[in-house]
Write a protein that binds this ligand. Structure first.
Ligand SMILES: [Zn+2]
Ligand SMILES: [Zn+2]
Length: 550
C-alpha cells in the first residue's frame, strides 16, 4: 500500500495525491497548478501515473487548485466515479466549465502571439466538452456518514474552509490489517462567515495536513472586528472619491464579502453607493448556497430567514456581459468586486489596469496571494507593474484585510489537532510553501510529538512500513513544455531593490518574474539617461553580455 504526492507539495496549488492498494487505486484531489508561470507549465505535462489505472477519485472541495485537472484526467482515460459532497458537485458544475473556457481563451491568445513568432500552435489543457464529461462522473455523498467504496470505509466531514468543503477519513483493510488515512483538504478558520467551524477526528495512522499559513499567526477572527475593519476601508475609500476595487475569488470570498456588506448596509454603516459584482462565476456560485441550508452557519441561516434569499440586496448590481464590465472603466465612486482573487486572471486585471494609476482609487486585498502573482507584488509594495504588456504605475492605496482568510492559521491548524489522541504512522505536511511546512512540522512535533514528514514533489511512501519508496523532486520543477518568453505581469523597481535578483530555488519567483523585473528596470534606467549615445551604450553592453552567455 503506498501513497504518492503529485501536487501541492512546496506550494499551495495542484493538490493531487495517489493511493495504491492491493485492490484499487484512487486519487484525492486532482488540482490545477496556479501562481508562477513555471508552476503553471506543469498543468500541460503528462501525469506521473496512468489515469486509466485509477479506479475512483475523492474530491475535498470545489476550488480549482483541488479539482481543476479532473477534466484532463478524464481526457487521458480516467472513467471512474468522482465522490464529493453535494454542494461541491453543484459548485464544480460552474467552476470546471469556467476553467475550461479560461484554458481555451488563454491558448487562443498565446497562439495568436505564437503565430506571429512563427511558433507551433498549442492545444488547451482541456475544453468545455471534457469538463462536461468529467462532471457526468461526479457523485454526491453526505457528510458524516460512512460509505463503502471498493471495500474501503470512507467518511467526508466538514472542513469549514468553503461551502461544501470536507476533510476525508479513509480506512483500508489489507491482509487483515486496517490502515487509516486522514486527508485534511483545506481547513478553515474558526468564526469564518457563512460556513460552520471545522469538525475534528480522534485518531489515525497517517494524516496529510495542509500548511498554507503554517508559519503565520493571525489575530483570531471575530465577526464584529472584521465588520468594523471592512466598514472603515469602505468609508475611507469612498471619501477619496475613487473606486474601491476588491479582487475576490468567485467562490466563497465574493459571497463572504456580499454577506458582510449586506450587514453593513442594513446597519447604515457605509455610504449609499452601488456595489458591483463583476464576476459571472461568483453570480452562478451564489445560487448554490441557498440550496443547502444545512451547510450554513447560524448567522447565514438568520440572514436567509430574514431576507428570504442570502445575497439579494437592492444595492448589489450584478454585471451581465463583458460590455457591462467595460462600462465600469470610466466610472468612479463605486465598489467593484471581481475575480480572480490573486489578480492573475479574469476581469480584475482590467479593473486594475484602469484603477491602479489613479491615486484616488483603493485596492483591497482579502485573500492569500501566492508568490509570483500580481496580488503578491501589490502586497509587497511595488511601484510599477505590467498588465497585458502595459506598464502601469501603482498610485492607488493598497489595503489588506486578513479577516477573510479561508484557511486556519498556525494556531488554527494546531487547534484542529487537539482532539487527535494518536497518529501511529506519520503526519505528511502538504499544501504550503516550504517555510510554512517546516515551521508547522516543528510546532506539531513540539506540541503533540507526532512524527512529521515533508514530502517532495512526486515522492512516494510505503503505508505499511512508513518508509520512503521514492524521493521525488526536492526543488523547482522543470517545465513540461518549452515556455513562452512574454511575461504577463512583473516585479517592479521598489521591490527589485529589496529582492536583488535572487535565483529561484523554490516554487516562488521564476525566470518569467525575473525577466519582467529586468525589463521594467531597463525601461526605467533608459528613461533616467537623457543622452541618446549613453542609452545606446547601455543597450549595446547588455547585448554583448547576452551573446557571450552560454
Ligand atoms: Zn481551497
Ligand atoms: Zn487549497
Amino acid at each position: 500500500m503506498k501513497i504518492s504526492f503529485h501536487g501541492a507539495v512546496g506550494c499551495v496549488t495542484g493538490s493531487c495525491h495517489l493511493v495504491e492498494t492491493s485492490t484499487c487505486n484512487f486519487l484525492i484531489d486532482c488540482g490545477m497548478f496556479q501562481g508562477s508561470k513555471v508552476l503553471k507549465e506543469r498543468n500541460y505535462g503528462e501525469f506521473q501515473f496512468d489515469p486509466k489505472k485509477i479506479d475512483f477519485m475523492l474530491l475535498t472541495h470545489a476550488h480549482i487548485d483541488h479539482s481543476g485537472l479532473i477534466p484532463k484526467l478524464v481526457k487521458k482515460g480516467f472513467h471512474g466515479p468522482v465522490y464529493a459532497t453535494n454542494p461541491t458537485v453543484d459548485l464544480s458544475g460552474f467552476l470546471l466549465p469556467d476553467s475550461a473556457r479560461i484554458q481555451e481563451s488563454e491558448v487562443e491568445l498565446k497562439n495568436r502571439r505564437n503565430e506571429r513568432k512563427g511558433l507551433e500552435p498549442l492545444l488547451p489543457i482541456y475544453d468545455e466538452k471534457d469538463a462536461e464529461k468529467a462532471l457526468s462522473l461526479f457523485k454526491g455523498v453526505p457528510l458524516n456518514k460512512t460509505i463503502d467504496i471498493n471495500n474501503l470505509r470512507i467518511i467526508f466531514r466538514n472542513a469549514g474552509h468553503i461551502f461544501g468543503s470536507a476533510f476525508i477519513e479513509i480506512q483500508i483493510t489489507e491482509n487483515g490489517k486496517t490502515t487509516k488515512i486522514v486527508f485534511s483538504g483545506d481547513i478553515g478558520a474558526i468564526g469564518h462567515p457563512i460556513v460552520m467551524d471545522p469538525e475534528h477526528f480522534s485518531e489515525t495512522d497517517y494524516l496529510l495536513i495542509e500548511s498554507t499559513y503554517g508559519d503565520r499567526i493571525r489575530p483570531p477572527e471575530q465577526n464584529e472586528d472584521r465588520l468594523k475593519e471592512l466598514s472603515a476601508v469602505v468609508n475611507s475609500a469612498l471619501k477619496k472619491g475613487g473606486n474601491l476595487i476588491i479582487p475576490a475569488f468567485a467562490l466563497e470570498r465574493s459571497q463572504d464579502l456580499m454577506h458582510d456588506l449586506s450587514i453593513l448596509i442594513e446597519r447604515g454603516s457605509i455610504p449609499e453607493t452601488e456595489i458591483i459584482i463583476d464576476s459571472p462565476l461568483a453570480i452562478e456560485a451564489t445560487t448554490v448556497y441557498a440550496k443547502y441550508p444545512d451547510y450554513l452557519d447560524d448567522d447565514a441561516k438568520k440572514l436567509l430567514d430574514k431576507q428570504g434569499t442570502l445575497f439579494d440586496n437592492k444595492r448589489f448590481k450584478f454585471t451581465k456581459g463583458a460590455e457591462d464590465s467595460k462600462e465600469l472603466n470610466n466610472q468612479t465612486g463605486k465598489i467593484i468586486l471581481s475575480a480572480s482573487g490573486m489578480c492573475d486572471a479574469g476581469r480584475i486585471k482590467h479593473h486594475l489596469k484602469h484603477n491602479l494609476w489613479r491615486k484616488e482609487s483603493t485596492i483591497l486585498l482579502v485573500g492569500y496571494q501566492a508568490e509570483g502573482t500580481l496580488g503578491r507584488m501589490l502586497l509587497d509594495g511595488v511601484d510599477r507593474v505590467r498588465i497585458f504588456g502595459n506598464e502601469v504605475v501603482v498610485a492607488a492605496q493598497i489595503s489588506q484585510m486578513q479577516g477573510y482568510s479561508g484557511h486556519a492559521d498556525q494556531n488554527g491548524l494546531l487547534d484542529w489537532l487537539k482532539s487527535v489522541k494518536k497518529v501511529s504512522g506519520k503526519v505528511f505536511i502538504v499544501h504550503g510553501e516550504d517555510n510554512a511546512r517546516q515551521e508547522l512540522a516543528k510546532k506539531i512535533t513540539e506540541k503533540y510529538h507526532f512524527s512529521c514528514e515533508i514530502p517532495a514533489m512526486d515522492s512516494s511512501f510505503d503505508l505499511l512500513t512508513g518508509k520512503t519508496i521514492s524521493m521525488g523532486i526536492p526543488t523547482a520543477i522543470s517545465p513540461a513544455i518549452p515556455p513562452e518568453v512574454t511575461p504577463a505581469i512583473s516585479l517592479p523597481t521598489k521591490a527589485a531593490a529589496k529582492v536583488q535578483f535572487k535565483p529561484p530555488t523554490t516554487f516562488g519567483k521564476d525566470s518569467y518574474n525575473l525577466f519582467a523585473e529586468f525589463s521594467l528596470m531597463l525601461a526605467e534606467q533608459m528613461r533616467k539617461i537623457p543622452e541618446e549615445t549613453k542609452r545606446a551604450k547601455l543597450v549595446s553592453k547588455l547585448i554583448e553580455q547576452l551573446k557571450s552567455f552560454n
